[in-house]
Design a binder for this molecule. Structure first.
Ligand SMILES: Cc1cc2nc3c(=O)[nH]c(=O)nc-3n(C[C@H](O)[C@H](O)[C@H](O)COP(=O)(O)OP(=O)(O)OC[C@H]3O[C@@H](n4cnc5c(N)ncnc54)[C@H](O)[C@@H]3O)c2cc1C
Length: 512
């Protein structure tokens, strides 16, 4: 339990300015409206918040918790209910003081970061060296360390740069008892360059499809693969969203592609992946986009059946950004894309100014997604298993039906039932499509919708064999019981790992 003595012991580690149990400060951590199925915006108030500034301090804090049987929960930027306490009496370990880029190895193409070095900061430094990193769809204010070690990892750049869980190299990990474990080559004193040795290769224990969400100790450093950046070393950009002003480099092109049906959309996805021509690629659903960027307009459109029908014709779409290394390369990639679109009977729109700047920069910096909070204050997601495109196409078909039912019952906003956001990964090796629903968090009836929606999506995924667990992850124990028997009993194994590594269950996992 968190006693005055425990508090004072922690204070002696981090200094009195880096620990607090002031109710107002603690409430600022407990306000977490995002990533929760049940209504409301408040999670459990932490018993205290502590801000260690180094790996050594993290170890000391975790050891104090371990000795005194106090639960703790680490987060990096702390962007959702899954980042805060799942019960009373938990100490929040806020890692914002650990915000350094420790190393950029240009030759071996990796970057080593602490938890609060955010994607925008890391990307800006990498670009100066002709490199880039995969940024998750949540945007560049997130922590690449959290995506690589502890949470998920989908995003727009996955087509050329992969999924976060596949980019992890050396890892520095404070275990639930406070001991330090170094994974991969780091564990044999050979530096950060490899995740799987020489040295312990425990990536599968550390994370599978998704990580433990703070349930297996605290990660204090990680080396992440970087990728070629053929753009400007220091892009000059002004403004945001529609007001973005920047020069789109000549070797980049942004296209919008639309297809007549799901099947041809899926064919094009396979072929664009195989041709290895996309630097960035994602499905940006038309209804959700209009809600996010012009919510007042979309409110009017929902009462205009003819316009809704016209917009729905653009349902099977995606945006593709091409990045080339020479004029010849650009010519080849554009011709290849045109041919694929022609053969799949699609429509290709060559995006021109002023929208070109916005789509280019919001793709590269992943800087526009937060707009999805504008219509109703939050959103929720179902389905989303990472699978072959044919399977994600089925997820989209079922997801559309589920969502239309919720729209018809007035439980969520009418986004044309077209909200399947998702990206292609590793040049088409797998795909993900998540069924986003936007709703009014302040309307008591709509606020209850996520729970029912989560269940409907999970049931359908199991009954129709729609692949992995996807976003059912946030539904807690009951969801795992539903998915685990049809997914190699993953939850049984996950629990065994947790019981072995953290027998007192002190490293709080929030939803599990
Ligand atoms: C608009 C929007 C879009 C999104 N799109 C995507 C997407 O495309 N892909 C995707 O993967 N996610 C997506 N998310 C989810 C997003 O990844 C999470 O919300 C995440 O919390 C982002 O913040 P963060 O990276 O700083 O991680 P945090 O919020 O800090 O942490 C995420 C989880 O990891 C744990 N954790 C963090 N750091 C550590 C650490 N150092 N040691 C141990 N545990 C730790 C936390 O306890 C928490 O459970 C989206 C979220 C939003 C709001």
């Amino acid at each position: 339990m968190m006693t005055d003595d425990v508090y004072r012991e922690m204070e002696s580690v981090v200094g009195e300015e880096n620990i607090s149990r002031e109710p107002a400060i603690l409430d600022s951590y407990a306000f977490q409206p995002f990533h929760r199925a049940e209504p409301g915006s408040w999670i459990h108030r932490p018993a205290a918040v502590v801000l260690p500034g180094s790996t050594g301090e993290v170890q000391q804090i975790v050891k104090i918790c371990h000795r005194n049987k106090v639960s703790y929960k680490a987060h990096s930027t702390g962007w959702g209910a899954h980042s805060g306490p799942g019960k009373e009496g938990v100490i929040q370990i806020d890692l914002r003081r650990m915000d350094r880029i420790l190393e950029i190895d240009e030759e071996n193409m990796y970057v080593v970061v602490e938890p609060y070095a955010i994607c925008a900061q890391v990307q800006a430094e990498l670009m100066k060296r002709g490199l880039n990193l995969h940024i998750i769809g949540a945007g560049s204010s997130t922590s690449p360390l959290a995506a690589c070690t502890s949470h998920m990892g989908m995003g727009f750049t996955g087509v050329s740069m992969g999924y976060s869980g596949r980019s992890v190299l050396g890892v520095e990990w404070v275990l639930p008892d406070g001991e330090l474990l170094r994974l991969g080559s780091l564990g044999s004193g050979s530096g950060w360059f490899c995740g799987d040795g020489p040295g312990p290769s425990l990536r599968g224990i550390m994370r599978g499809w998704a990580g433990y969400d703070g349930g297996l100790g605290v990660f204090t450093g990680v080396a992440i693969k970087t990728f070629h950046w053929p753009g400007p070393r220091e892009p000059e950009v002004e403004g945001l969203l529609f007001d973005t002003k920047t020069e789109v480099p000549d070797n980049f092109k942004v296209f919008l592609c639309y297809f007549p049906d799901y099947e041809r959309w899926a064919d094009a996805y396979y072929r664009i992946g195989e041709a290895e021509i996309a630097y960035i690629m994602s499905k940006n659903p038309i209804g959700a986009m209009i809600w996010a960027f012009t919510p007042h307009l979309m409110r009017k459109i929902t009462d205009m059946p003819a316009i809704k029908t016209a917009l729905k014709a653009a349902q099977h779409g995606c945006h593709v950004m091409i990045a080339a290394n020479s004029p010849g390369d650009l010519d080849y990639q554009v011709k290849t894309l045109k041919r694929i679109i022609e053969e799949t009977e699609g429509v290709l729109i060559d995006v021109k100014p002023p929208f070109e700047s916005m789509l280019w920069w919001s793709g590269v910096r992943v800087s526009a997604v937060q707009a999805i909070f504008r219509p109703g204050g939050t959103f929720f997601v179902g389905l989303g298993g990472d699978e072959a495109v044919d399977n994600t196409m089925l997820q989209a078909k079922f997801g559309e039906k589920i969502k239309q039912d919720f729209i018809d019952r007035g439980l969520i906003y009418d986004d044309l039932a077209d909200v399947m956001w998702g990206g292609l990964y590793e040049q088409g090796l797998f795909n993900h499509q998540e069924e986003i629903m936007i709703f009014n968090a302040r309307d008591p009836r709509q606020a209850k919708a996520p729970e029912e929606f989560a269940k409907a999506c999970a049931r359908t995924a199991v009954e129709e064999h729609l692949g992995g667990i996807g976003f059912a992850l946030f539904g807690g124990e009951k969801m795992h019981d539903l998915f685990s028997p049809v997914t190699s009993d993953y939850y049984k194994w996950e629990k065994k790992i947790k019981e072995t590594w953290d027998p007192d269950d002190l490293s709080n996992q929030t939803f599990r």
